[in-house]
Write a protein that binds this ligand. Structure first.
Ligand code: CAA
Length: 283
């Protein structure tokens, strides 16, 4: 199947990164969000991140201009219906994703492949509530999207081979590398990464180390590019908590119990970089 147009639903941190890499790879991109302010902000972010790539000679000015011209912002979700591929990248809450799919379904072309950038929610369950479980799968990018090499491709129980192969071809054209994962809670990356982050929060909660010593230990002692608490702030503490809850509920094992300190930070609205405060203060 030949994919030319890609619809991206949600213009936040992940959505703008997905639009960025798709446009640079030559796809026509329709970027949608409920908020026009978020769409304006996303275009500005994409422009800034591409400028950085131009200044570091990763791409040329002409490539940037051509890519920016391939992105159109769409306030109406139904205009994405004719896209060949749609990647939903809204907030990590199942009821929000469900609402988006319900609103999209009546407008979808028959051939459209529907995917979700969910970092943990069951692809099989999301797919079962659409009219096209065989044309539905998980298309999970890592943050920051323009930099990270991996895309997790997650097959729901009914995902067809043609759908999987078409998404794999897109990953290849992006110049990224795919890892195929089966549909179990949080798939591969977050099944391993989030318990580590959660354990770092427990290490803080129990007073084993402070924020800086925990992060320093993992950066210098395990060669991680970011410490786990810094990374949690970067991902968003609400997203980290949502993923831990999916693991805890889905695998029914107390080893996935979210740390009470993580819950408390989220309840306080201390969500990390995006809210100005998390384990670090960004104000
Ligand atoms: N767009 C384009 N380029 C960007 C960018 C962006 N948003 N952010 C950084 N870059 C580029 C920089 O231009 C720089 O390029 P060069 O190598 O050509 O100089 C390169 O990335 C490195 O950036 P910096 O020098 O500014 O900073 P750094 O060396 O500290 O790296 C980082 C920043 C890439 C974010 C690095 O700290 C890192 O890899 N951190 C870990 C990130 C990670 O683990 N992500 C996965 C999170 S889990 C996830 O996403 C799954 C989920 O579902 C929650």
């Amino acid at each position: 199947m030949d994919i030319r147009t890609v619809g991206v639903v949600g213009a936040g941190q992940m959505g703008n990164g997905i639009a960025h890499v798709m446009a640079l790879a030559g796809y026509e991109v329709k970027l949608n969000d409920v908020s026009t302010e978020a769409l304006d902000k996303a275009l500005a972010t994409i422009g800034r991140n591409m400028e950085r790539q131009v200044s570091r000679e990763k791409i040329t000015r002409d490539e940037m201009d051509a890519a920016m011209a391939r992105i159109t912002t769409e306030a109406a979700l139904e205009t994405l219906g004719t896209c060949d591929l749609i990647i939903e990248s809204a907030t990590e809450r199942e009821e929000i994703k469900q609402k988006i799919f319900d609103a999209l379904l009546p407008h979808l072309a028959e051939h459209t492949i529907l995917t979700s950038n969910t970092s943990s929610i069951s692809i099989t369950r999301l797919a079962s509530r659409t009219d096209r479980p065989e044309k539905f799968m998980g298309f999970h990018f890592m943050n920051p999207v323009p930099v990270m090499q991996l895309v997790e491709l997650i097959r729901g129980i009914a995902t067809g081979k043609e759908t999987f192969d078409a998404c794999l071809a897109v990953v290849d054209r992006l110049g990224k590398t795919a890892a195929s994962a089966e549909d179990f809670p949080a798939f591969i990356v977050n099944r391993i990464l989030m318990p580590m982050i959660n354990e770092a929060v427990y290490t803080l909660y129990e007073g084993v180390g402070n924020v800086r010593s925990i992060d320093r230990s993992m950066k210098l002692g395990a060669n991680h590019p970011m410490g786990p608490l810094e990374l949690a702030d970067f991902i968003g503490l609400d997203t980290c908590l949502a993923i831990m809850n999916v693991l805890h509920d889905g695998l029914a094992d107390t080893k996935y119990r979210p740390c009470p300190l993580l819950t408390k930070y989220v309840e306080a609205g201390w969500l990390g970089r995006k809210s100005g405060r998390g384990f670090y203060d960004y104000r």
